[in-house]
Ligand binder design. Structure first.
Ligand code: AKG
Ligand code: FE2
Length: 298
């Protein structure tokens, strides 16, 4: 079931209960054709090796080694990609409004974070293993319970430019530890998970999901995928758990483009204060000497 983006209370209710929600209408129609064109262009760049920040088939988490077949393009707002439509969409009203509602903060308090594109591989099908983004599969039930209590201060989404059946999750698993059956399935690559459901998106639909929901990605080389994938943060500024969650894709030190004048001036006005919050987080973490400790093996 999907909801219109004006149904904010219902969207939040479903998101909290199920750990995900599907929302219609978050792509302003005037941005659509340029988004489609730019998504194809940057995908080509990644596939030809002209863009090095890519997710490489065969590897689930960063750092990604060089490789030819890819399942994602990182850093869509990087000025060198010369694709301003991605920042226009990341800073557009509907996605910001729904995200602010789910974050429980004002739009002015949101933090700029990650923005990537997920694409189909070309040479072979590829599947991730079942995971929660910020809790390792090997942890004990006690540790899992503790980690699941941590506030996210962030919201993650997939917005499909083409129909997308790649994301599969266990509804409501974001708020409880795994059952013995789920643990057993988690240990077997490619296993079916009891209660799994495809988060099926039609072109133009967006799913917001708690990235600690038990989930997996399955990628079919024959089905074109161009799905916008990213997140925003919310107060308190400089939250360490938030930093840990996003730094798995922002290996420290932050990529230098983030603090470059070219990046700042390329952004729509609404995103500049949001960028300032990300930079303040980086500064605070450095001051505390904490950045160095982030592990990249999540
Ligand atoms: O492909 C997807 O939609 C999910 C990707 C994912 O789970 C991840 O990058 O952690
Ligand atoms: Fe994930």
């Amino acid at each position: 079931m999907s909801l219109h983006y004006s149904q904010l209370d219902e969207i939040k209710k479903q998101y909290i209960l199920n750990g995900f929600v599907i929302v219609d209408g978050l792509i302003p129609s005037e941005l659509m054709s340029e988004l489609l064109e730019s998504a194809d262009r940057v995908t080509e760049k990644g596939r030809k090796g002209e863009w090095k920040d890519v997710r490489v088939v065969g590897k689930q988490f960063p750092p990604f080694p060089p490789g030819e077949d890819i399942w994602g393009i990182q850093h869509l707002m990087h000025p060198d990609l010369e694709s301003p439509v991605f920042a226009s969409w990341y800073g557009s009203e509907p996605i910001l409004d729904v995200s602010a509602k789910l974050l429980g903060c004002r739009r002015e308090e949101m933090q700029l974070e990650l923005f990537n594109l997920l694409v189909n591989p070309q040479e072979k099908d590829f599947a991730l293993s079942w995971h929660r983004d910020d809790v390792k599969a090997e942890v004990s039930s006690e540790e899992e319970a503790e980690k699941l209590k941590i506030e996210h201060h962030g919201i993650q989404w997939n917005c499909a430019l083409y129909d997308d059946d790649c994301l599969i999750a266990v509804p409501s698993s974001h708020s409880r530890v795994r059952t013995p059956e789920e643990r057993a399935a988690n240990a077997i690559p490619g296993a079916e998970m009891p209660g799994q459901a495809i988060i099926s998106l039609k072109a133009g639909q967006t799913t917001f999901y708690n990235n600690n929901i038990l989930h997996v990605g399955k990628y079919n080389l024959k089905v074109k995928r161009r799905t916008l994938h990213g997140c925003y943060g919310s107060p308190p500024p400089g939250d360490l758990n938030r930093a840990q969650n996003i730094l798995q894709h922002f290996p420290p030190p932050f990529p230098t483009y983030i603090s470059s004048p070219a990046f700042r001036s390329s952004l729509p006005k609404v995103l500049k204060p949001m960028l300032d919050r990300l930079l303040a987080m980086e500064t605070q973490l450095k001051k505390e000497g904490r950045v160095v400790g982030f592990s990249q093996d999540l």
